[in-house]
Write a new protein. Structure first.
Length: 628
């Protein structure tokens, strides 16, 4: 059957109408922040552990978990992962049993158990799943943990201290330090027995991948153990204060599911009753993360409301929707209401700046990040020249952003100069992603793009020159850049190239030409681009062997910035993009964001709208319509 031909102008108009229709009454866009089934499983486990019998929610989460099971019995993190993911499969199996609505004898449960054993048993799950299993009585706590709770008391003069760890690391490690110290677990009469998932019955859960060697970690541990009990108690009290002082209005810890989940168990381990107001409010806060996807209930890891709203407002304006349009006006007033006025942990490494950034989630008030700040500033740019309130917000945001540049010239996500490489060698799975917040190509490139396009800063400005140097120094040999928060090398390359060109690095610069050559070399035969989530763990580009609309939009936007004419490869990519925007196959929901390599991937439902809208707009502005 012959394919339908779509025009750029027609698709732009359709996308604009679609995006406007999906706006919430308060002006925001509340597209789901979808992260697989782990949070669904953990919510069931949490409710059953606390004996909160929210049967409607539990049944709906059971239905969603089961809807994602593969034919071989396993669950996956992404489509091309292979035969399954042992961690996700154990989490799903445990939650389904704990729900009480499924039994081990059910055929699909037997298939799941078989796959778990074939993939190495419960011992092979990710370290953070082992923590969850330990705190619910299914796995033995490790005899050794490389970071003692006293670590929180070390002064900034010490070679490593608590605030050298990234924000996301501190949020998750703080409750874990309490839990590993207390060796706490909580079981109920409904707790299932997972002992038949162990292959090594002798250790029954001693394998943690932790080691106590003659390293700095070993020295730290040995130097702190045996200190007076008062110091140990003071460290625990510091941990409690750290968590409780960072609760958002909804009761969640930093508005993240994982840190709030762990905090609840940490408080239980300290003797807080399960009906304590802090715990009750935290659970209710997590329930507000509930959303609906294709008729199924999903517990989001957090909400992406500010991020989605900033991207949508900016994309609509790039497509020609004026700032006076009701949709843009409402969106930008929502963003104005979400700018931060409170100091957060970022001030530890950046003490001379006033607050002025934006955070990621709807409820976030103390944890701004660079990417959401540039996105929000792009969105409100037009109104900043007309309205005093927006001008003040713009100025505060710009000052905060300029202050967040790392000493190496690049930009990280949440904090400044938080990248001590020693943390990469901590015997904690995912330490590189969890414990550090280094400069990255995606954040550095997107920040340069903002400065060049909206703040009139060019390569002659010292801060911009340092950012350009960082990017050029970190280009891969094949011409690509690694993007930390997206998948992966296409994402990083798009950000780096468009950022450098925006601040005056010519498209003919060898770095830009090398990047364009690489992108052209990985274009698929259908005209599109696609990258596997395997790229982040492999530390190199891994083709998806299929094209996605989002990857194609990023690659095309890069090439549009580099070339003066719409070369045939760009035209082929545009044709694919026009055809693929409406597709509803697995490529439409393939993750294009990452949280932690090998463990946490994100399907942003906004991306298949926003990025094709931006790319088609940029093509039409530069080249006009496609030739017939």
């Amino acid at each position: 059957m012959a394919s339908v031909t779509y025009s750029i102008s027609g698709e732009l108009s359709r996308l604009v109408v679609t995006v406007k229709r999906e706006q919430a009454p308060d002006g925001s866009w509340r597209y789901p922040f979808e992260t697989g089934i782990s949070t669904d499983a953990y919510m069931i486990i949490l409710l059953r552990t606390l004996e909160i019998n929210d049967e409607d929610l539990i049944r709906k989460l059971v239905e969603r978990i089961e809807s994602r099971q593969e034919g071989n019995g396993a669950w996956k993190l992404f489509y091309d992962e292979g035969e399954g993911n042992v961690t996700t499969t154990v989490e799903a199996y445990y939650a389904l049993l704990y729900s009480g609505y499924r039994k081990k004898t059910d055929p699909h449960m037997q298939a799941a158990k078989q796959r778990i054993l074939e993939m190495g048993g419960i011992e092979n799950v990710h370290m953070f799943a082992k923590f969850m299993l330990a705190m619910t009585g299914q796995y033995r706590w490790p005899k050794f943990f490389p970071i003692p709770v006293e670590f929180l008391l070390l002064p900034p003069s010490f070679p490593l201290h608590f605030f050298d760890i990234s924000m996301q690391g501190r949020a998750n490690l703080t409750p874990l330090l309490i839990l590993t110290d207390n060796k706490y677990y909580r079981k109920t009469r409904k707790s299932p027995d997972l002992s038949d998932l162990f292959l090594s019955r002798a250790d029954h859960g001693e394998k943690w991948g932790l080691r106590a060697d003659r390293s700095f970690l070993s020295y730290l541990k040995q130097s702190l153990i045996g200190l007076p009990r008062q110091i140990h108690a003071a460290a625990k009290q510091r941990a409690i204060q750290y968590m409780l002082q960072r609760l958002e209005a909804d009761g969640t810890f930093y508005s993240y599911f994982s840190s709030t989940f762990l905090m609840i168990f940490a408080l239980l381990s300290l003797g807080y009753p399960k009906d304590h107001p802090i715990i009750v409010k935290a659970v209710n806060g997590l329930k507000t993360f509930r959303c609906s996807i294709n008729g199924h209930t999903h517990m989001q890891y957090t909400t992406a409301t500010v991020w989605n709203t900033a991207l949508a407002s900016y994309a609509l304006q790039e497509a020609g929707v004026p700032p006076s349009d009701a949709a843009v006006e409402k969106a930008n007033r929502y963003l104005l209401s979400r700018q931060h006025y409170r100091y957060g942990d970022w001030v530890v490494h950046n003490p001379y700046s006033l607050p002025g950034g934006w955070g990621f989630s709807n409820i976030n008030t103390i944890n701004p990040d660079v990417d959401d700040t540039t996105a929000s500033l792009r969105a409100i740019y037009s109104q900043a020249s007309k309205e005093t309130l927006f001008r003040h917000a713009w100025d505060r945001g710009l000052r905060w952003l300029l202050s967040m540049q790392n000493n190496d010239g690049g930009y990280g996500a949440f904090e400044k100069n938080v990248n001590k490489r020693l943390f990469h060698y901590f015997p904690i799975q995912g330490a590189e992603f969890l414990l550090t917040d280094p400069s990255t190509a995606d954040l550095t490139g997107r920040t340069l793009e903002f400065f060049g396009t909206y703040a009139n800063l060019t390569k002659d400005h010292p801060a911009i020159a340092r950012g350009i140097k960082w990017l050029i120094d970190h280009q891969e040999k094949n011409g690509s850049w690694y993007g930390r928060w997206g998948i992966c090398y296409i994402y990083g390359t798009w950000a780096a190239v468009t950022g450098m060109i925006a601040v005056g690095v010519p498209p003919t610069h060898p770095a830009n030409q090398k990047a364009a050559k690489w992108l052209l070399s990985i274009q698929n035969s259908d005209g599109g681009w696609g990258e596997s989530c395997k790229s982040d763990s492999a530390k190199t580009y891994v083709p998806l062997r299929a094209s996605t609309a989002t990857h194609t939009a990023w690659a095309l936007d890069t090439l549009i910035a580099v070339f003066d004419q719409p070369i045939p490869e760009i035209q082929a990519g545009i044709q694919f993009l026009l055809q693929s925007i409406r597709k509803e196959d697995w490529t439409a929901s393939y993750p294009t964001g990452q949280g932690m390599a090998g463990g946490f991937y994100i399907h942003y439902h906004s991306y298949r709208r926003v990025f094709p809208l931006l790319t088609l707009s940029h093509y039409e502005k530069k080249f006009g319509s496609l030739p017939t």
